[in-house]
Design a protein around this ligand. Structure first.
Ligand SMILES: [Zn+2]
Length: 229
């Protein structure tokens, strides 16, 4: 993996960061300074992104450690600008195992948010979303909201999000794995379609782009399962 740089290893799982992530960090720093922020403020902004990066790494480790519980090793974890990927050696065969492995990631972010909530409450800092949105606001409050957003985003019932796997696992307890995959991907595609329409109507042009990505991921997942069967 030459396009990625190893930045650590936990319990034998090597962790890599893709070079595009580092380019993004430098780009954001330059953008902040260009916008008139002081170097310190720009570094703080980059620091927040690194803190989010750390939370996503813990999310991926959540998947990896739960997979290990079922005897499935993780090959590696790679961080991209859009998120992290834990590559499992094989996919779990039982719906209950898939459910627990998928839910372990968002559960980590929920736990982080709860801990940050306790810490900020202890120091009498406002935990309101408005406090997090204010420039120069409390970094822990911001991080708490980012973790909650990660939970919601990852639990959207569409592949390749964890929510898609949770949905498939739930369906697979009632029908065979292939049918469950088809139904789950249809639900995901339907949701992506609605998001795209909403994005076009409101001018949020990132939504149709994400929708196309989700659409292709759903097709990929169905193809993958059919090939394996
Ligand atoms: Zn995940």
């Amino acid at each position: 993996m030459k396009s990625s740089i190893k930045f650590g290893s936990v319990r034998g799982i090597d962790m890599f960061v893709h070079w595009t992530f580092l380019v993004m960090l430098v780009g954001i720093f330059i953008f902040y300074v260009y916008q008139g922020l002081t170097v310190t403020a720009a570094l703080m902004g980059v620091g927040l992104i690194l803190a989010v990066f750390g939370c996503v790494v813990l999310h991926e480790l959540g998947h990896a450690f739960m997979a290990r519980e079922f005897g499935i090793p993780t090959l590696d974890i790679t961080m991209y600008p859009i998120g992290g990927v834990a590559r499992l050696q094989r996919m779990p065969r039982e719906p209950k195992q898939e459910f627990l492995i998928a839910i372990a990631g968002p559960a980590v972010n929920l736990a982080i948010a709860a801990i940050l909530f306790l810490i900020t409450s202890l120091f009498d800092t406002s935990t309101a979303l408005s406090a997090a949105m204010t420039p120069g606001g409390n970094i822990l409050t911001m991080l708490m909201w980012v973790n909650l957003a990660l939970v919601v985003f990852n639990m959207l019932p569409a592949f390749p999000m964890d929510g898609g796997r949770v949905l498939r696992a739930g369906l697979a307890t009632r029908m065979d794995y292939r049918t469950a995959t088809s139904v789950a991907s249809l639900i995901g595609q339907g949701m992506a379609f609605l998001f795209a329409i909403y994005g076009i109507m409101t001018g949020l042009w990132t939504l149709p782009l994400v929708a196309v990505f989700v659409f292709m991921a759903a097709r990929q997942e169905v193809k993958h399962v059919m090939e394996r069967a």
